[in-house]
Write a protein that binds this ligand. Sequence first.
Ligand SMILES: [Cu+2]
Length: 128
Amino acid sequence: MKKICVVLFACCALVSCGGSNEAASTTSLAVTADTLDPANVFEYTITVGENTGTDVVIEVPQGKMVSLSVVNPSSHDDVHLHGYDLSTGTIEKGETGSMMFEASKTGDFEIESHETGELISILRVTTP
Ligand SMILES: [Cu+2]
């Protein structure tokens, strides 16, 4: 299972980070204390198995800072956001992992567990 996850991740990285997009996405992900306005932060907690599913869509207007927290009460996990190419890294069972980023790109982006390969939710970034 671990090997499949690694291969999946490599695929995701290739698709979303190909060629000229790389510089742009690096820039858009930069977060400093100066740019972090608390009023512009969208906070959301994903609890795997509770508010997750292929029909769960998390809507955020473009330009928001997004603070996504992830908890899996029943297993360790590793959650990845496609398109933005972000990952929580390994989260121990019951612990909270997080991803903080600017919702710079519009569209639907898959939030996926790399432990189970399951689609957890969709992040939808809308044009404000
Ligand atoms: Cu993935």
